[in-house]
Ligand binder design. Structure first.
Ligand SMILES: Nc1ncnc2c1ncn2[C@@H]1O[C@H](COP(=O)(O)O)[C@@H](OP(=O)(O)O)[C@H]1O
Ligand SMILES: [Mg+2]
Length: 315
């Protein structure tokens, strides 16, 4: 089995397990649901990776020493720890996983914007990646020929069950509100290629529901196109929304970690998207400090406008 197929299988299966956790625990105790989801998916991924790739290093959000006190419902076991730092930094193959990205949305009934991320870093590049969107019944992943694929079409549209997600908006210079629709993509099973913005005068930007970058209001004043901000949970779901044509870009700043972006960036790059830091620098993984606080993902045609606008705001 290739690394691509393994990443896809593990992300998909961890996603199935997370749907079962939601069924088992319900939504009454959101702390227990979040912690149990985080840890059951983490334990599943750690066990499968140890079995299938025993020599590879692993960096998981839930295997850090700082979360060693966290527990799943009905278990007193501490989370399986990540590969020790010095071994990980020296390893030629490092799996970077986020067992449950969008933990907050996972704990909210009816929300579909949460994901499982499985990526493989091989020293200087993202060699494979898979993002499972269990609520929508799909896994986006890289392939052996350097491309990306959506093996089956989405079982659901939008990011809330029964409805489509909608966004608040900031228009170009005026900064007035208008509405944006997050679920206007046309995802079909098959090869995944990031689509160009449908309207060249408008860029729909997916942003965090709770921590949208403060500079986006200023950015709207500095770019020659209208910007619609579309709040969606989970970095994996937001980057998937770019690849599925439901939004045109994902902009984040102010804090994030390697596991939040490694797998979705792997898929985005393989799908022909621009994926970089917000200053245009490349995304580098497997550092001693796993903080990777900002990211821009978009079609290459939108990158110059967004990067120069962000540079202007930073000045
Ligand atoms: N300012 C910040 N500092 C640290 N992590 C952040 C962050 N903003 C977003 N993230 C992380 O990025 C992921 C997507 O966030 P959001 O939905 O707000 O866009 C979440 O991962 P987890 O759900 O795995 O914790 C969240 O914790
Ligand atoms: Mg995350």
């Amino acid at each position: 089995m290739t690394d691509h197929a393994l990443a896809a299988e593990l992300a998909t299966e961890a996603g199935r397990l997370l749907l079962d956790v939601r069924d088992e625990l319900g939504f009454g105790d959101s702390r227990a649901l979040k912690d149990t989801g985080d840890l059951r998916a983490h334990e599943y991924l750690m066990a499968r990776l140890a079995e299938r790739c025993p020599r590879d290093a692993v960096l998981s959000e839930e295997g850090r020493a700082s979360v060693a006190g966290k527990r799943s419902a009905g278990s007193s076991a501490a989370p399986t720890a990540n590969t020790a730092l010095t071994d990980r930094l020296a390893a030629p193959r490092v799996w970077i996983v986020d067992p449950l990205d969008g933990t907050r949305e996972f704990s909210e009934e009816g929300r579909l914007d949460w994901a499982v991320h499985v990526a493989l870093w091989t020293g200087d590049r993202l060699a494979a990646g898979a993002v499972a969107l269990p609520g929508r019944g799909v896994t986006l992943h890289t392939t052996e020929d350097g491309a990306a694929v959506l093996p089956t079409g989405p079982a659901a549209s939008g990011w809330t069950s029964g409805t489509t997600a909608s966004g608040t908006a900031v228009s170009g210079a005026a900064g007035t509100a208008a509405s944006g629709n997050a679920a206007s993509g046309n995802a079909k099973a098959g090869p995944l290629a990031v689509p160009e913005p449908a309207d060249p005068g408008r860029i729909r930007i997916a942003v965090s529901r709770s921590r949208p970058p403060a500079f986006l209001d200023d950015l709207a004043e500095r770019v020659p196109v209208e910007l619609d901000l579309v709040p969606i949970g989970s970095a994996g779901a937001k980057i998937s929304a770019v690849l599925l044509g439901e939004v045109d870009a994902y902009v984040h700043a102010g804090g994030q970690y390697e596991w939040d972006s490694a797998a979705p960036a792997a898929v985005a790059l393989a799908a022909g998207a621009h994926a970089s830091r917000v200053d245009g620098a490349p995304l580098i993984y497997n550092r001693a400090d796993p903080r990777l606080p900002d990211i821009l993902v978009c079609h290459p045609v939108s990158a110059p406008t967004l990067l120069s606008g962000i540079r202007d705001v930073a000045r």
